[in-house]
Write a protein that binds this ligand. Sequence first.
Ligand SMILES: C[S@@+](CC[C@H](N)C(=O)[O-])C[C@H]1O[C@@H](n2cnc3c(N)ncnc32)[C@H](O)[C@@H]1O
Length: 342
Amino acid sequence: MASKSLNSNLADAKKAKEDEFYTQLPDIERELRHYKKHFKGKVVYCNCDDPRVSNFFHYFSYSLEELGLKRLIATCYKNQDADLFSRNNSEQAVFLEYSGDKNRNMVPDPSEIGVQPLKGDGDFRSPESIELLKQADIVVTNPPFSLFREFVTLLNKHDKKFLLVGNQNAITYKEVFRLIMENKLWLGHNNGDMKFRVPDSYPPRETRYWVDEEGNPWRSLGNACWFTNLDISKRHEDMVLYKTYTPEEYPTYANFDGIEVGRTEHIPADYKGAMGVPITFLDKYNPDQFEIIGNSRELGVPMSSIAEKGSFAQGGPRFYLPNGDGTYRRMYDRLVIRNKRL
Ligand SMILES: C[S@@+](CC[C@H](N)C(=O)[O-])C[C@H]1O[C@@H](n2cnc3c(N)ncnc32)[C@H](O)[C@@H]1O
């Protein structure tokens, strides 16, 4: 076989998605303690998880008895780049099943974990993985960021419960936002900063990157989120609103009939109409208190239809506020909400 040119290797590297972010056990424990009642008698599937390195597999295999799980299944994706799996000793895609500590030594032993080879590469979209998905009640994992929308769409299609780590940016993906509007997906408890172990091959970065004392590279995300459709108490707690509306403090958008609320905690208690709020509002969202009407990407009228060219910064659909001198400033992505209690 002809060897690849340098250019084509570089092109491949560019195309390669940086999807290997390993979730840490303390983050999993901190989130999962809010969901324990959901797992009794259930089959959990970790479908983007090499059990040899996945802390999701570790968490569920060690807490199977405590949670009352019926069974744990995990599939390992056979990555084409061996270096990304430097801690693994096998290139074979496999799936594992564990249904409890048979010899009562309080530890999931290799003899108790059924390891079986997969015919394909363990892709979560493959027929083999979908067969395993059908057997599961709840999917818990951190899926590849680059395939997040496809992942969520698949789980929804198969009507599965889920708890997933993702990036806050996913909130405005069309497929994800539709589920949020339909109250089929919401945020979990511990959203914000999360650190992840990454493969040695990932290039250093100026920020949110460090190497630990053992030489292992890490990255962190400031906007990691837990996405779920499992009910949690937080979702039924009203946000306390302590501000009152004034037109000066809450200006109306130029290209949408609604007011700008720059910070979630500043939502005025007495405003009945549409309000644009930051995406982080979702962290406090109680569907009995507020209704989500849409987002600025869908609802913002194109500025070109209402303002002179040059008076506003271009860059895709968003809301704009008048500066008062005939020009307009572009806002960050906004969710549009209405208070249901008024
Ligand atoms: C963000 S990492 C998280 C790994 C692990 N779930 C965890 O939380 O530590 C996503 C994982 O999905 C795997 N992956 C990538 N594409 C996949 C696919 N199409 N099907 C299944 N897994 C895939 C990657 O190899 C990677 O290990």
